[in-house]
Design a protein around this ligand. Structure first.
Ligand SMILES: [Fe+2]
Length: 139
């Protein structure tokens, strides 16, 4: 699977958020690396997916806290988009709990889905707040 590469054109004009997006991609990439390994234990896979899920949720909350703080008008639609991702992550964890789960396959799917979701989300949704956040002194 191809790795995710953050490019300057993916910048949302806010350093803190850009750094979080980069780290999100790094975790997805580390899972892609992990799934290429032989003799993978279920615990290893679940631990790395937990890290991705935790960081992703922390990141989405960071944006949403700024929406609250600055009273961002487009917050409801943006939060809906975040919630769709949250639901998908929860579904992956639900599937993983099944005894017959193919955790390696699920890990590949979740890492790929997460990276692709974030990339599309940055371009289509996140970039809409750049001007607004910048005007509120967030650069
Ligand atoms: Fe977002």
């Amino acid at each position: 699977m191809d790795k995710f590469i953050w490019k300057e054109e993916n910048s949302v004009g806010v350093k803190e958020i850009d750094e979080q997006h980069k780290h999100f991609f790094e975790i997805a990439n580390s899972i892609i690396d992990l799934t290429a390994k032989e003799n993978l234990t279920k615990e290893e896979v679940v631990k790395s997916l937990q890290e991705l899920g935790d960081y992703a949720f922390y990141h989405l909350s960071t944006e949403e806290n700024y929406f609250d703080k600055f009273k961002y008008q487009d917050a409801p639609l943006h939060i809906n988009a975040h919630n769709e991702y949250r639901e998908s992550v929860n579904e992956y964890f639900g599937k993983m709990n099944s005894p017959e789960a193919d955790v390696k396959k699920l890990a590949e799917e979740m890492a790929g889905y997460s990276g692709n979701w974030l990339l599309a989300h940055i371009v289509v949704v996140d970039k809409q707040y750049t001007k607004f956040f910048n005007e509120h002194g967030l650069n």
